[in-house]
Design a protein around this ligand. Structure first.
Ligand code: RB5
Length: 142
């Protein structure tokens, strides 16, 4: 199960991503926001991050205008490794190296075509399980 959330700056891209997840038959839960009305991104970043941290969802996708604010929020929640990605290389590397469990995107930064490729790369790439990466993630947690 994928948790997804955005503010108004990511609302349009969230709609495109949800359509894409549906087409891929991937289950997701939309934590809002539910319109283009101005809202506070910390509320939505927190909801999605907590859903991943408590095991309700396996991964999260968060979108605000830049992806920055909402990733800062998500990374405040223990157990969350949120990665702001602007290309597929970053999405692949953060799964392989950081075992990132939340993807953050900027709805005003990346176009929908690239964003969907980043989402697919993030969801389809496994953690490397290499000792040095396990050690570094453990260091983050400590
Ligand atoms: C909202 O205007 C904007 O600040 C927000 O979407 C995000 O970019 C914050 O980092």
């Amino acid at each position: 199960m994928i948790a997804i959330g955005s503010d108004q700056g990511g609302f349009e891209l969230k709609q495109a991503i949800m359509k894409h997840l549906k087409e891929r038959n991937l289950e997701f839960k939309d934590y809002g926001s539910y319109s283009e009305e101005s809202v506070d991104y910390p509320e939505y970043g927190r909801k999605v991050a907590e859903a991943v941290a408590d095991g309700t969802c396996d991964r999260g996708i968060l979108i605000c205008g830049t992806g920055i604010g909402i990733s800062i929020v998500a990374n405040k929640v223990k157990g969350i490794r949120a990665a702001l990605c602007t290309d597929c290389f970053m999405a692949e590397a953060t799964r392989q190296h950081n075992d990132a469990n939340v993807l953050a995107l900027g709805g005003r930064v990346v176009g929908p075509g690239l964003a969907l490729k980043i989402v697919d790369t993030f969801l389809d790439t496994e953690f490397s399980n290499e000792e040095r990466h396990i050690r570094r993630i453990k260091m983050i947690e400590e």
